[in-house]
Design a protein around this ligand. Sequence first.
Ligand SMILES: [Zn+2]
Length: 268
Amino acid sequence: MSVISKSTWIAFVALLIAAPSMAAAEDGFWPEGKTYCVTLTYDDGIRSQIDHALPQLKAAKLKGTFFCTGGATYLWSQEEVDRIREEGHELAGHTILHPCARKYDWVKPGNAAEDYDDARMAKELDENLANLVSNGVKRETATFAYPCGGTTIGEDNHSYIPMVKERFFAARTTRNGFHVPEEGKIDLYEVKTVAGDQRDLAYQLSQVTAAREKNGWVVFMFHGVGGDHLAISAEDHKELLRFLQNDDNVWVATFQEAAAWVKSKQEG
Ligand SMILES: [Zn+2]
């Protein structure tokens, strides 16, 4: 028989006393008794994500989702794309030319979302998806993020969400906030996000804490990490990962994994 020390026993009793929340977690929404979910997403396929985000994710043993434009290899070498996949991250769609509303002054003439018709967008989504598939992504579960969060195209600003639905498993917008499964069904083609861009660690942690309190799902959106546009500092990114790595309550899942879980729960 093993000998249980008094301190171990006390710790065990303390756990039992804390049982109401643990029991709730057992019956809760998220897998393996986890009480909330965090998804880390990185947009636009930019250099600093390779230089800073990837090694930090690896060190923290966490997986992220990379929504990249330009057929997945826009600003990255094929080797870097392979590395993302090999390290277990999700490679995901973000169109080829990143069409955004004309109101942004950096949008090139002819490349605005208003300049797109259905045929042009369909071609671009198909190309984007084909490229992901050629890089090892499963066609049935490939996910997508709307460039600039815009879900409309054409001068009449009609929705292209139905076209995304035909091709992708789930899609992230840039609408601010996080989801609370207990508060109602989550539309997996209009998933909200918390823009981590240009915000400090305190802000990121406040969002994580808010999601944790409500057993929610927070999908962070990052662009530059320690460089490039809309950057978060490499130090703050590292600290956020460290927090998540050390919180036993959190399920850190790729966008695809989390969306698949939400879908199974909502259909079940
Ligand atoms: Zn983007």
